[in-house]
Design a binder for this molecule. Structure first.
Ligand SMILES: Cc1ncc(COP(=O)(O)O)c(C=O)c1O
Length: 388
């Protein structure tokens, strides 16, 4: 009755089973995996946000496939303010989420069974997005040696006649590594050589921990580039469902891509009017929430370092940006077994590295947006478990 593409193994794994058990027992668990910014005690401009959704113009239905002009201009202004470069307001195509943006771009570029190259470790949702688009994921490794870097020899080995695009996550989740400028040039060269598009996920672009803004790929002109972002992270408003695709590159390719994206978007017309009309304000409020979030990320990271300095078993990997930190732990068991043990014995929830496709055992991922008091106590329970 069902399609092969939805033939997922849906039975809970050991880790989710252990979470269900803890919940059923009513145990109080310190959750160091939170990725929902609306539940970590941040002071949003709630009145401004909610009243922006009550624009009377929302009573008019104006079906614009790429989104209403004022919302696309707000996206263009975001890039202008980010690094003083002009995105044509005609270029952004609005979507309800970055996931929908991925789906549109995969539909645009790939025939069934075509391949896209994705970084490993990275974001676990790729697998489902690719399955739903009948696309095959081929991982290319990121290597860690005093910071993360793209393994270009492996990228060259992974490409074949079915490859359509390279995905980069800038900065990557969960490694927190940005694509460096020499890597950007090498990616452009690679895509040019094999006639591939670049698909760059920049949802965490603005969360550089050193406060130095990193360049966006929305300005990349060398090859056909689709830059995805949205307010789920930029303004910490995942519930508002507003994201976008910015297309850049050689003129002819960009105009063909946009004409086709227009049809894909027109087929769904998925954005609602209130959110589109509120887009300028929903983007504007990032200026208040981002400093609060960056403070949170930095103070939790400092707390982690303070606790790590007092022991020898665990260390953290370098992180440049984003909302996560990766902990290197003694690989005495699989990451999943260790995460289950931490939950059962220490009542602390962390993500095992294999969740993000780390190639070997010995990694845990911690969310840096966690409430500071929970983070403090949670980290101390994690480290205690490895203290011999
Ligand atoms: C790298 C990355 N891209 C995209 C998303 C999801 O964004 P959206 O809510 O806009 O679909 C996430 C969410 O955690 C993410 O980590």
């Amino acid at each position: 009755m069902f399609s092969r593409r939805t033939d997922w193994k849906l039975t809970p794994n050991l880790f989710t089973q252990a979470q269900h058990e803890a919940l059923a027992q009513g145990r109080e668990v310190l959750d160091l995996t939170v990725s929902n910014p609306t539940r970590v005690g941040l002071a949003y401009d709630a009145d401004v946000i909610v009243s922006s959704l009550a624009d009377p113009r929302a009573m008019d239905y104006d079906p614009q496939p790429k989104g209403v002009r004022s919302a696309r201009e707000a996206v263009a202004a975001y890039y202008r303010q980010h690094e003083a470069f002009d995105v044509d307001a005609e270029s952004p195509v609005l979507t309800t989420s970055t996931s929908e943006g991925y789906s549109h771009v995969l539909r645009l570029l790939c025939n069934p069974e075509d391949e896209i190259l994705v970084p490993r470790p990275s974001y676990p949702l790729f697998e489902f997005l690719a399955d739903l688009a009948d696309v095959k994921l081929v991982p290319y490794p990121l290597l860690y040696d005093h910071g993360w870097q793209i393994d270009f020899p492996s990228l060259y080995q992974a490409v074949n006649h079915r490859t359509r695009a390279v995905v980069a996550v800038h900065p990557n989740n969960p490694t927190g590594s940005y694509v460096k400028s020499e890597e950007r040039s090498a990616l452009n060269k690679f895509c040019d050589e094999y006639n591939l598009a670049l698909l760059v996920d920049e949802v965490f672009l603005d969360f550089a921990l050193d406060g130095v803004p990193r360049p966006t790929f929305a300005a990349n002109q060398e090859v056909l580039t689709f830059t995805l972002s949205g307010i789920s992270k930029i303004s910490a408003l995942p519930q508002m469902k507003l994201a976008w695709i910015v297309t850049s590159g050689p003129d002819e390719q960009v105009s063909s891509a946009l004409a086709r994206l227009d049809v894909i978007a027109d087929t769904y017309l998925s954005l609602n009017a209130p959110v589109q009309l509120a887009a300028p304000m929903l983007l504007e409020v990032r200026k208040n929430i981002q400093p609060l979030l960056i403070d949170r990320l930095r103070s939790n990271l400092a707390e982690l370092d303070r606790q790590l300095a007092a022991q020898k078993e665990c260390r953290r990997l370098e992180v440049e940006g984003g909302w996560y930190a990766v902990l290197r732990i003694p690989a005495t068991k699989s990451d999943e077994e260790l995460a289950v043990e931490l939950l059962q014995k220490q009542s602390v929830l962390v993500h095992p590295g294999h969740f993000y496709d780390f190639v070997s055992a010995g990694y845990l991922v911690l969310s840096l947006i966690t409430f500071p008091a929970v983070f403090h106590e949670g980290v101390s329970r994690v480290l205690e478990a490895f203290d011999h």
